[in-house]
Design a protein around this ligand. Structure first.
Ligand code: MSP
Length: 647
């Protein structure tokens, strides 16, 4: 069986998981499932990158030891991947002892080979990107060319990796291996970078301690203690996780022969230049593929904690469903390019692609087979009547497969959806409701054709939407497995006679956004540090006149009902002393029961423009505060008359 190794980047633990992290990890899970179906033996790695100055500083800000801090955040990543049913085999943490030993060993091998030498580093360092720059690379005001944050001028003793020595071999590799970096335009960027000439790379630091220490070596006679540069440490996790450099070298190193790295465009240079050079020095095989994806923005803007527009993947998955999120992420953004995340496009995808094209096909098949044949399907005559149609579908499926092999998930789904559209068009064309009156045998063959199209397509649907594909397979009486892929796709067998198991509609349509955006209840401020960061970021000072524009009143909640199809929203009536109570739609259902709310006096902004949520008008906003312990409504310590002003 072909061994295949897929790696996600290992995530910095200075941040909680966001939609960008989810995107990368879901793509990896998708690739794993795709190759599993094709019959490969696949190993998937993810994990956390826990060393470096940035993490040391974050831990300090939290008044925690780096180890306690990294333990906590690393666990959040593990938790979300578990909740997202990511089928990872290894979760590596760079603070793991075995990993540290591997890094130390790799350093000694490269040192003994003469690829590492001692020198003095003088240059600019961006802690946020954990990257060194020369003055010429910086922006005008000496800020980082990648993230725009201030850099530090540093001068310290450092060990260097002789990267320049590998320039030619790297160029040869890019040339000999056309698809080692995809998309091609990203590869061209890498090529230009290397052609311009490579500087040797500083790979140790002496100005902080949170890193893998260099082993003492009498030959080196260091005046200070060095720790490894965080990128050397992190990249080596790809091999340390499968046993490299450890006493009992595990057999998993065999997977290294066929490794694929999934990375964001921002970290491509580390993977496509530094990493292969380290591997060449260590005399290890190079990765087979490095796939670089683009970035998600929110409503056209870069996501950032201080703007408060970071999309929380769990919130999206909780209301729209994990399968939908996976589909949207893979389909919406052509691989390599940037894409925008909005509920509007998510809903459009659900309604058009999932509900109309695919869901509808399944429903129509169930409906017609129940009406005409009591749910029985028999494929005997499919090839007699519909040989061309089957051929047409198989040609499309071949191209679907090729799209994933060249890492074009969006094109992959676009192609796959052609099979559903075709199947729907066969229904329109052959009009089974008329055909049944003239030719029962052909009608059965037509319905069996539809069932076989859905069955074949479900193998390719599985990597992206495993649960939906499994439901389709169960309804059609087979299992998604590499053996069945072989049988139905490779060998082209048709489904045997079976009775359809009825399933509920796969993707009901969605009418309006399910997530409340830009309200107090929906801020992404989910932990103490973020709240603190936001406090530190208060720069928009306002005049008292600005504050006076906001009309906040005391009100009593007189009615509270759950909003249909929403786990987060309540429809409330709030008495503010006027003739009529105000109707408020608020995202607090996860934090309070209706009983807890009834009769409660709360603070309400009453002059906010009315907004529509899930089709319901909301005439104000209840004030609340949210932190890692949940959400708490603002209240007053003595009862007040409803309608009293807050000033
Ligand atoms: N620790 C390094 C990776 C070391 S791998 C040996 C790192 N970590 S990270 O947490 O900052 O980023 C991890 C990944 O998330 C990167 O591939 C990055 O491109 C991706 N994303 C971060 N924000 C993103 C978006 N807004 N959109 C898509 N992906 C983004 O870098």
């Amino acid at each position: 069986m072909d061994k295949t190794y897929i790696t996600s980047p290992i995530y910095y633990v200075n941040d909680i998981p966001h939609i960008g992290h989810a995107y990368t990890t879901i793509l990896c899970d998708m690739l794993k499932k795709f190759y599993w179906i094709l019959g490969h033996d696949v190993l998937l790695l993810t994990g956390t990158d826990e060393h470096g100055q940035k993490i040391e500083q974050s831990a300090k800000k939290h008044h925690q030891s780096p180890q306690d801090y990294t333990d906590k955040i690393s666990e959040k990543f593990r938790q979300i991947w578990n909740e997202f049913k990511i089928d990872y085999d290894i979760f590596i943490r760079t603070t793991n002892e075995e990993h540290c030993k591997s890094v130390q060993k790799a350093f000694e091998i490269m040192y003994a080979k003469g690829d590492i030498y001692k020198g003095e580093y003088e240059g600019y360092y961006c802690i946020s990107c954990e990257t060194f720059f020369t003055q010429t690379q910086l922006n005008e005001n000496n800020t980082c060319p990648d993230c725009g944050k201030p850099t530090d001028l540093m001068k310290e003793e450092s060990y260097f990796f002789a990267l320049s020595k590998y320039q030619e071999r790297l160029l040869q590799w890019y040339e000999q291996c056309p698809d080692c970096i995809l998309p091609q335009y990203r590869k061209n960027e890498v090529l230009r970078f290397v052609q311009e000439g490579l500087n040797d790379l500083s790979i140790t630091r002496t100005s902080f301690e949170w890193g893998v220490p260099l082993l003492p070596n009498p030959q080196r006679n260091d005046s200070k203690s060095h720790v490894m540069y965080v990128w050397l440490d992190a990249l080596l996790s790809y091999v340390s996780a499968i046993g490299y450099g450890q006493e009992t070298e595990s057999s998993k190193m065999a997977y290294w022969e066929n490794a694929t790295h999934m990375v964001g465009k921002d970290i491509l240079r580390f993977h496509a230049v530094y990493w292969p050079a380290f591997l060449m020095s260590l005399e290890l095989p190079l990765p087979k593929h490095i796939y670089a994806h683009g970035w998600w923005t929110k409503d056209g803007a870069k996501m950032s904690k201080s703007i408060g527009n970071v999309v929380n993947p769990k919130e999206v998955a909780d209301v729209y469903g994990l399968e939908t999120l996976r589909y949207f992420l893979a389909r919406e953004m052509p691989f390599g390019q940037d894409g925008d995340f909005s509920q509007k496009s998510l809903i459009e995808r659900i309604n058009a692609d999932l509900s109309n094209d695919m869901g509808n096909l399944m429903n129509r098949l169930i409906g017609m087979s129940e009406k005409y044949f009591t749910l029985r399907i028999d494929s005997h005559k499919v090839k007699t009547y519909f040989a061309d149609e089957i051929k047409q579908i198989d040609t499309i499926l071949e191209s679907v497969k090729q799209k994933m092999q060249t890492m074009q998930p969006s094109r992959y789904l676009e192609e796959l959806w052609k099979t559903f559209s075709l199947a729907n068009s066969y229904i329109t064309h052959y009009e089974p409701w008329k055909l049944i009156k003239q030719d029962e045998e052909k009608t059965m063959a037509l319905l069996a054709l539809l069932a076989n199209i859905l069955a074949r397509s479900s193998f390719y649907l599985y990597p992206v939407m495993p649960e939906s594909a499994t439901k389709i397979a169960q309804a059609l009486g087979f299992e998604i497995s590499p053996q069945n892929y072989q049988k139905f796709i490779t060998e082209g067998h048709l489904l045997e006679s079976f009775t359809i198991q009825k399933i509920p509609p796969l993707f009901p349509k969605i009418q309006s956004p399910l997530l409340v955006e830009n309200t107090t209840q929906d801020t992404q401020t989910t932990n103490h540090q973020e709240a603190k960061d936001e406090t530190e970021n208060i720069v928009n000072l306002i005049d008292i006149k600005d504050f006076a524009k906001i009309d906040i009143r005391i009100g009593t909640i007189s009615e509270c009902k759950a909003v249909e199809k929403s786990q987060k929203l309540y429809k409330l009536l709030v008495d503010i002393g006027a003739d009529k109570p105000r109707q408020i739609v608020s995202g607090i259902a996860q934090y309070y029961t209706p009983e807890e709310l009834l009769g409660k006096q709360i603070c309400l902004i009453v002059n906010l423009k009315p907004a529509k949520l899930m089709g319901l008008i909301s005439e104000g906003m209840i004030l609340a505060s949210k932190d890692e312990n949940g959400l708490s409504l603002l209240s007053i310590d003595k009862p007040r008359i409803n309608g009293s002003k807050i000033s």
